[in-house]
Design a protein around this ligand. Structure first.
Ligand SMILES: [Zn+2]
Length: 353
């Protein structure tokens, strides 16, 4: 059984797919290659597969975001082609690519100008996935300095009244975890969810979505409680439940300072994190790369697993349908201001005061 709702929004989608061309390059497909982040990876529009899955699983609208190698430009084209099905976040991918190629030097002003330009087009509804950072940097980045940079990016989000989203937590099998967490290199808001306290306090008017809500994969819940602590402390911090197994919904649902109104459904559709299966224990299945399995060539089915886990949670805790509808779409509509995408008014829980 999968979770069904009146209007389902998946807030974490990658609609572009990498064509690594391992064979043509004479490279063995493995995690080490991915961990280094292939500099010249080709991407293509993967919406035929996405639209197929949306239809199968009754997902009405997707919030598309770039990941490494993917471009804001192509996401903008995808949104223009199907504005009824897609909206997108931007991350200044073109600017970041030029920095990576050594054509320009990273500056906070430069990336902010690029985000300003992208948001001014009206094609994008927020900043993500992640607050842009200089990925060529090899020197330690003290949080005080990184926080100053983040504040400039947040000012752009404030100017356009849009939310920002960034990852919390990391995978294990995937060799990129170290880079994601910034261990030994810098203080990284991805690896330390508590740093979001500073951002949320400074920008109480800008919604912050903690993508994956501390569970980007693996069986360990180590990042989750920190993420919950931030979400409970600030009205503007939301948790995206991408890759939660059923029982993980319990803590945020029970916390009176979090609850259904701060949970937004998301997956990571378009990424290549398959589900691992360990029957007979909890969790029986969870998302992670298997080092022994190799890279998945198939389109991993995120909607099926994530919606099944949400249905399990709804049944375990006997969640009222109007509350489930908020997690599945109502909260995303409010946070991303997507009211004009919903066919009718008053579909989501609202009481007269
Ligand atoms: Zn993602």
């Amino acid at each position: 059984m999968i979770a069904r709702g009146r209007f389902v929004v998946d807030t974490h989608i990658h609609a572009q797919r990498h064509a690594f061309k391992f064979k043509e390059r004479g490279i063995k497909p493995n995690f080490a290659t991915l961990a280094e982040g292939m500099p010249e990876v080709e991407v293509y529009d993967n919406t035929p597969r996405l639209l197929y899955d949306m239809e199968r699983y009754h997902v009405d609208l997707c919030v598309i975001q770039p990941a490494f190698g993917m471009t804001d430009e192509l996401n903008g084209e995808i949104v223009k082609a199907r504005p009824d099905k897609f909206v997108a976040l931007c991350e200044g991918t073109d600017y970041q690519q030029r920095v990576r190629k050594g054509e320009i030097k990273w500056t906070t002003e430069g990336i902010c100008e690029e985000l300003d330009r992208l948001l001014a087009t009206g094609l994008y509804v927020g900043i993500g996935e992640g607050l842009p950072r200089d990925r060529t940097r090899r020197k330690p980045h003290a949080w005080e300095e990184r926080f100053d940079e983040i504040c400039e990016i947040m000012k752009i989000a404030r100017k356009y009244k849009v939310p920002v989203g960034y990852h919390t937590g990391a995978l294990s099998g995937y060799g990129g975890a170290r880079r994601e967490l910034g261990l030994g290199l810098d203080s990284n808001e991805w690896g330390n969810p508590l740093l979001a306290h500073d951002i949320a306090t400074e920008f109480p008017d800008v919604p912050i979505i903690m993508q994956h809500g501390g569970m980007q994969g693996w069986w360990s819940e180590k990042f989750m409680d920190d993420t919950f602590q931030v979400a409970a402390a600030h009205a503007n911090v939301y948790l995206e439940t991408g890759l939660y197994w059923g029982e993980l919904y319990e803590k945020p649902l029970r916390d009176p300072n979090i609850g259904v109104e701060k949970l937004v459904f998301g997956t990571d559709w378009g990424a290549s994190i398959p589900q691992q299966w360990v029957p007979g224990v909890r969790p029986g299945s969870y998302a992670d790369q298997g080092r022994g399995q190799g890279l998945p060539a198939h389109q991993v089915d995120y909607f099926g697993w994530c919606l099944r886990q949400l249905a399990r949670a709804a049944n375990l805790y006997d969640l009222p349908q109007d509350d489930l509808n908020l997690i599945l779409g109502g909260n995303a509509v409010r946070v991303f201001r997507l009211e004009d995408k919903v066919p009718l008014k008053r579909l989501f829980k609202q009481y007269m005061k």
